[in-house]
Ligand binder design. Structure first.
Ligand code: ZN
Length: 203
């Protein structure tokens, strides 16, 4: 790969997110540092050689939304190995991406509704094995059929906003979504219509 201006913009995004791109920084050339950072940010760590393809795909390799407020890294599930939690490790499978995009669109709407305040994502997609692990640890607190497993739920918090206030804002904006306020923030998921299609219904 030679010089690529699209790659250079992506490299700048990576630097803004705190990735180390090495001595050459955002130079528009595809090297070792860029490769490692892109795999991590894009959730492609399990697909060797997939990153250059992601650069040419319509989907942004780093951000979930065109507004660039939420990243694939925030979507990714933690996992568990020998009792140790591995963070941000697993991307949702392709068939769940539309669900993730629904939530992402809702989060962007919410972010602008509350005055363009950053929203902290605490948990979004949850790998089935990781959800089972959490469920075993806390059978009453974590549902076996959590909507996080479908990518249509997200746990969020906003600095300086009480969970109940965040809850009230979400309820105003999306009256039919699933909501629960906790001490750490709010769980938020999408409702299904009569045909079983997920959607945000508002009235
Ligand atoms: Zn939740």
């Amino acid at each position: 790969m030679g010089f690529n201006s699209k790659l250079q913009k992506t490299q700048q995004d990576l630097i803004d997110l705190g990735y180390d791109l090495g001595p050459y920084g955002a130079d528009g050339f595809y090297g070792e540092y860029t490769d490692a950072a892109m795999r991590d940010a894009a959730g492609l760590d399990r697909v060797p050689g997939a990153v250059p393809t992601a650069l040419d795909s319509p989907r942004d390799p780093i951000y979930v939304t065109p507004q660039k407020h939420f990243t694939w890294k925030e979507v990714k599930s933690n996992t568990e190995q020998d009792g140790r939690v591995i963070r941000d490790a697993i991307m949702p499978p392709e068939e769940l991406i539309p669900n993730v995009l629904e939530i992402a669109g809702a989060l962007e709407e919410l972010r602008s509704f509350i005055g363009d305040v950053p929203i902290k994502v605490l948990s979004w997609y949850r790998d089935p094995e990781y959800n089972d692990y959490l469920h075993k640890k806390d059978p009453d607190g974590v549902s076996k059929n959590s909507k996080h497993k479908q990518g249509i739920a997200v746990d969020i918090a906003v600095d300086g906003m009480a969970p109940q206030q965040l809850y009230d804002n979400i309820e105003l904006l999306f009256p039919r979504c699933g909501l629960h306020a906790y001490s750490w923030g709010v769980h938020f998921d999408l409702a299904k219509d009569q045909n079983g299609q997920i959607r945000l219904a508002r009235w």
